[in-house]
Design a protein around this ligand. Structure first.
Ligand code: SF4
Length: 400
């Protein structure tokens, strides 16, 4: 039995350690556990980062360049997950700018999936037939260096015209599903979020509301009983949690996710495949297993969008396929996310899967299983099924 995991179940606290209060050891718990204190004490600047971390030259230059690009934002809590001395730390890489993000490939864009072109109202994207994306805010608790919406988050060119967005929703009766994202909708105050949810719920044809958030990871203190009470008033409400690395699932994050689950909110995860963060099978396997322990169903694994300055993050598509192939069949089906590419230029999410079908014609499909063993499944024959002789037909027997 593992002494760190006294139950021997693999569900123990060793896999969900409490996050150390690096640099804030003297702060009382009443402040540390207050999400507004965490927000007020975020690190935004090079000078702030230097107080807590030994920065590499690339990070120092990246932080200087970030003044004109996506801003920096790291909560004291999240800083506790970061290795102070190792720039290659997978959690640090996600939030600390580096010089590499100032290099741009010709294929990279400010708006790589062309959301602006499908925004009939500012802050609302209507791409798919029966659902819309509503960008509730441009603020996040922290800022991810590979963010698809770097063009607008953190106070850059964002305008949500809520009245117009609601009017659009009322008029478009085909919309049955509204995804609130941003920015991070859970950064809104309880009052504003409650008002927004009630306004959406008042539209009778909207059946389903989803919230996309990274809050349980950047700022688990935000998940309070008061917030959960508001959310549960607006069911059916589902949530997608953005999480990329198993180290992000701390004791605090797990507790936040359990509170959301206890409020009846089905949770799914969205991860972005990132070089040096989660582009290997073992890391992803640990992540998906920890997600299931937190009652979160791994949902999507995204190929990183072609955002400007993202080349150092973008893993080859084959890497994602290799990870999915290494999970499928080797672990619980619930643990296997769907690999997707959000089509560059705006074609929507497209599932990408390893090839299991080897051959297919009108009569059979030949395929392999996860171990590479070959099988064949015959298609139903097109020939007519011969009629049952009257003596074998139970209805005939009953009537006669
Ligand atoms: S939390 Fe989401 S919206 Fe905010 S910076 Fe990260 S990826 Fe972008």
């Amino acid at each position: 039995m593992n002494s760190d995991d006294p139950g021997g179940t693999g569900r123990g606290s060793a896999r969900f350690p409490t996050t150390p209060r690096k640099g804030w050891a003297s702060v009382p718990s009443s402040e540390w556990d207050d999400w507004r204190w965490q927000l007020r004490n975020r690190l935004f600047s090079l000078a702030g980062l230097e107080q807590h971390l030994s920065l590499s030259l690339s990070e120092r230059r990246g932080a200087a360049a970030a003044l004109h690009r996506l801003k920096i934002g790291i909560t004291p809590y999240f800083l506790g997950l970061i290795d102070r001395h190792r720039p290659s730390c997978p959690i640090r890489r996600q939030v600390l700018p580096s010089l590499e993000e100032t290099f741009c490939d010709p294929d990279e864009r400010d708006d790589p999936i062309n959301e602006e072109a499908e925004s009939p109202v500012p802050g609302l994207v209507h791409r798919y037939p029966d659902r819309v994306l509503l960008l509730a805010t441009d603020r996040c608790a922290g800022y991810c260096r590979y963010c698809t919406r770097s063009r607008m988050v953190g106070g850059r060119n964002f305008h949500l015209h809520l009245k117009d967005a609601l009017a659009y929703l009322k008029k478009h009766t085909e919309v049955r599903d509204v995804l609130l994202s941003g920015g991070d909708p859970l950064l809104l105050s309880d009052e504003k979020l409650g008002h927004l949810l009630s306004s959406i719920r008042a539209i009778s044809h909207v059946e389903f509301v989803r919230i996309g958030t990274r809050m349980p990871v950047f700022l688990p203190q935000r998940i309070t009983p008061a917030l959960c009470a508001i959310l549960r008033r607006h069911h059916p409400l589902w949530m997608s949690i953005h999480v990329n690395h198993p180290g992000e699932l701390s004791a605090e994050a797990r507790q936040a996710l359990e509170q959301l689950s206890d409020a009846g909110i089905p949770l799914g995860s969205q991860s972005v495949l990132l070089t040096g963060v989660n582009d290997d099978l073992e890391t992803m396997k640990t992540l998906v297993h920890k997600l299931l322990l937190c009652r979160v169903r791994p949902y999507y694994l995204y190929q990183c969008d072609l955002i400007r300055g993202s080349r150092h993050f973008r893993a080859p598509i084959g890497k994602g396929l290799e990870i999915i192939e290494g999970l499928r069949g080797f672990t619980s089906g619930y643990a296997v996310p769907q690999l997707v590419i959000d089509a560059p230029g705006g074609g929507g999410k497209v599932p990408i899967n390893p090839d299991y079908v080897i051959y297919r014609d009108a009569e059979r499909v030949v395929f392999r299983n996860y171990k590479g063993k070959i099988f064949e499944y015959p298609e139903p024959s097109a020939a007519a099924i011969p009629p049952t002789p009257p003596s074998l037909n139970p209805e005939y027997a009953l009537q006669n």
